[in-house]
Design a protein around this ligand. Structure first.
Ligand SMILES: [Zn+2]
Length: 141
């Protein structure tokens, strides 16, 4: 981690402060291009948007997938005030970003946040293979 990485992490922490000041959970993130330009910034808006997916990391991943070509996305770094949760990690991987740098780890966050985590939802399957494969067969060829 470079001093420049730490400067961008400080900006992510500022965005977390901004989120908290506006009544949302205190998390912020930014996306930086290969030349060190800040391409986009976000903070958590789960409460203000009424959207459980409004984590800054996922919002930036969606923005990158929509607005950047794959080589550009792969050359970006996401700086985030806390390690991305599982939901955001999936979005980041699908968006093809190049790198993530975080301040607090999820383990460190858990020492500051009572409770934490959500109950697992039972999943049942597989079932109806012949019927379920029909809309998929041939799609990826
Ligand atoms: Zn998340």
């Amino acid at each position: 981690m470079t001093p420049q990485d730490e400067d961008f992490l400080r900006r992510a922490i500022e965005l977390a402060v901004k989120a908290r000041a506006s009544g949302d959970a205190p998390f912020g993130s930014l996306l930086v291009g290969p030349d060190g330009d800040v391409l986009a910034e976000e903070h958590n808006t789960v409460t203000s948007d009424g959207d459980i997916s409004a984590h800054p990391e996922l919002k930036l991943a969606r923005w990158a997938a929509r607005e950047l070509d794959p080589p550009t996305a792969a050359a970006t770094t996401m700086y985030t005030s806390c390690q991305p949760c599982d939901m955001c990690r999936g979005g980041i991987e699908r968006s093809g970003l190049g790198r993530v740098v975080y301040a607090l780890s999820n383990e460190q966050l858990s020492t500051l946040k009572p409770g934490g985590g959500w109950p697992q939802v039972p999943q049942e399957g597989p079932a109806l293979f012949d019927e379920a494969r029909t809309p998929i067969e041939g799609f990826y060829h």
